[in-house]
Design a binder for this molecule. Structure first.
Ligand code: AMP
Length: 221
């Protein structure tokens, strides 16, 4: 399956994408994760991207589109992929159309995960992540078994710099201004499905799997 996930920051795209990717054995391509990897390794791209991410702005299209173009051309994307966090602007969507055309492939589905802004601020300000394996926690709703330590790999979990409240508000503004126009862009496609993520994570996962007609695919681990 070639799937695009849309939705504001904090709706749970990344966590749902991880499960879908695992269930379907296809790569999960998250531009946010790619940037965080480059920042952690102080690459040229990481150094450039950091200044935008810290402020809650989007990384400029010219830095973003190339990494996605290169990634989609890799062999492991031949049987499908989950795009998470890309595109975020009309220009990126136009670029994606060009890459898909070059590769002679089409998206099978676009899944939009929705949540109201107030719940997003609550969710993101309590979010903690493992910098090692990217597993996501929430201080109230989904704390790790042992305080402050990742269940999966024992690394100390952290708050992302861009999950501070004033940055979250900026990220939401950016989302409404720059990413929401994508719904108009994709409006003539029958592939767009919406799932609301205002319930427990597991409930949303079930809705997501049903919406993608993956009810019979096993969720391991
Ligand atoms: P995410 O983990 O998807 O919320 O992304 C974290 C941050 O990375 C965003 O707030 C942006 O600054 C940057 N970013 C991720 N994906 C993109 C993209 N497609 N275009 C521009 N910036 C992006």
């Amino acid at each position: 399956m070639r799937l695009m996930l849309l939705g504001a920051p904090g709706v749970g795209k990344g966590s749902q994408a991880t499960l879908i990717a695992k269930a379907l054995s296809v790569p999960h391509i998250s531009t946010g994760d790619i940037f965080r990897y480059h920042i952690a390794n102080s690459t040229d791209l990481g150094i450039k991207a950091k200044q935008y991410i810290e402020k809650g702005s989007l990384v400029p299209d010219e830095l973003t589109v190339e990494i996605v173009g290169d990634r989609l051309k890799q062999d492991d994307c031949k049987n499908g992929f989950i795009l998470d966090g890309f595109p975020r602007t009309i220009q990126q969507a136009v670029f994606l159309d060009e890459i898909l055309k070059d590769l002679n492939i089409q998206l099978d589905e676009i899944l939009n995960i929705t949540l109201d802004d107030r719940s997003i601020v609550n969710r993101l300000s309590g979010r903690r992540i493992c910098p090692q394996c990217n597993f996501v926690y929430h201080i109230e709703d989904k704390p790790p078994k042992y305080d402050g330590v990742c269940d999966k790999c024992n690394t100390a979990i952290i708050q992302r710099d861009d999950d501070k409240e004033e940055t979250i508000i900026k990220r939401l503004e950016v989302y409404h201004k720059q990413t929401v126009p994508l719904f108009e862009y994709y409006s003539d496609t029958v592939k767009l499905v919406n799932v609301e993520s205002n319930k427990l994570f597991e409930v949303t996962t079930k809705l997501v799997f049903n919406a993608l007609r993956l009810e019979n695919v096993t969720l391991n681990g």
